[in-house]
Design a protein around this ligand. Structure first.
Ligand SMILES: Nc1ncnc2c1ncn2[C@@H]1O[C@H](COP(=O)(O)OP(=O)(O)OP(=O)(O)O)[C@@H](O)[C@H]1O
Ligand SMILES: [Mg+2]
Length: 318
């Protein structure tokens, strides 16, 4: 079976006043059909840029310097804006944004906003659309689902708004859903409830999900596969089980060591993610790596395979 989504060697740069920012430099992610892949990395590693590239909403000044984004046998990067709107967004790829307040228009009722998208992108009549929305809001445990359509965004709590947006992303019955840290702003209990419901719906509807997060707790709870990105490069990719049991790349190991479940006290990774305007030579993680060797500063490591089965970009495995 072909993957639901395959990002292959994606390179993206953005022209800025300070110069060319190499934001993505060889990112590859494979999402097998019906599975959930987590994309993990620190702030600034390029997670949202990856999502924007898939959705065709890159910022001004951005250019694609290489790579492909395969979706149902077609390279999304060659689609025009019109084709993406008519044939891909909402109807075949649903999107769950990080900030529900920004995604919802404060002056329109929830029903008006969500039904408008369905009018263009979902099959069936308005009555079918209302029935599906009410069903989805109920499944996401939004109180009084039918009444919710008549209310305004400010009449919901943050957690409820995030539930609304998950229902909205599933409303047009897409086969692929992409989520950008949708539960980051929520308390742990609410986050846990929402992730359980999302996991249930995704399995029931046979959806493939790409879920961006910086939280390994979320990855362990939700995801089947994992792609770790650092400074715009995929550094480790494999199944969640294999990587959590035996993380191979020093960056993955360092990230995991910072997680509250594993750390004895608060420890961070020394240093910061390099700016896409000034990237070091050789391995991009070398300046922060506890296991650095002279070779690491010379050439970008090729991708190798660890004993866990994961693909790893580190001289120790190439
Ligand atoms: N429009 C832009 N112009 C210039 N640089 C940008 C632009 N958008 C993103 N960048 C830079 O690209 C890099 C990656 O940004 P991106 O938003 O993809 O990171 P992220 O992994 O989503 O981070 P976070 O976890 O904080 O959301 C950052 O260094 C950021 O400053
Ligand atoms: Mg982001």
């Amino acid at each position: 079976m072909i993957p639901a989504l395959k990002v292959d060697g994606l390179k993206i740069s953005i022209r800025t006043d300070e110069g060319i920012a190499r934001v993505l430099d060889d990112v590859s992610v494979t999402l097998e059909s019906g599975r959930i892949v987590g994309v993990v990395g620190e702030s600034g590693c390029g997670k949202s840029t990856l999502i924007r590239a898939i959705m065709g909403i890159l910022p001004r000044g951005a250019s694609v310097d290489g790579g492909k984004i395969w979706f149902e046998g077609e390279n999304l990067l060659v689609f025009s804006e019109k084709e993406l709107n008519q044939r891909v967004r909402a109807s075949r790829i649903g999107f769950i944004p990080q900030d529900p307040l920004q995604a919802l228009n404060p002056v329109f009722k929830i029903g008006t906003q969500l039904l408008e998208a369905m009018r263009w992108h979902a099959p069936g009549s308005r009555r079918d659309h209302i029935a599906r929305l009410v069903m989805l809001l109920g499944r996401m445990q939004v109180p009084d689902p039918a009444g919710a359509l008549e209310r305004y965004p400010h009449q919901f709590s943050g957690g409820q708004r995030q539930r609304l947006l998950i229902a909205a992303a599933l409303a047009c019955a897409p086969g692929l859903v992409i989520a950008d840290e949708p539960t980051t702003a929520l308390d742990v209990t609410t986050q846990h409830q929402i992730l359980l419901l999302l996991r249930e719906l995704v399995a029931e509807f046979g959806i493939s999900l790409l879920f961006v997060t910086h939280d390994f707790g979320v990855v362990a709870e939700l995801c089947d596969d994992l792609c770790v990105i650092y400074a715009g490069q995929t550094v480790e990719a494999g199944t969640v089980q294999s990587i959590l049991e035996a993380p191979s790349h020093p960056y993955t190991r360092a990230l995991l060591a910072c997680h509250p479940d594993r750390a004895d006290s608060f420890v961070g990774i020394p240093g910061i993610v390099p700016s896409p305007l000034a990237r070091p030579a050789g391995c991009l993680f070398a300046p922060r790596c506890g296991d650095v060797r002279p070779l690491c500063r010379e050439a970008t490591p090729a991708q190798g395979r660890a004993r866990s089965g994961a693909a790893v970009r580190c001289v120790q495995y190439s």
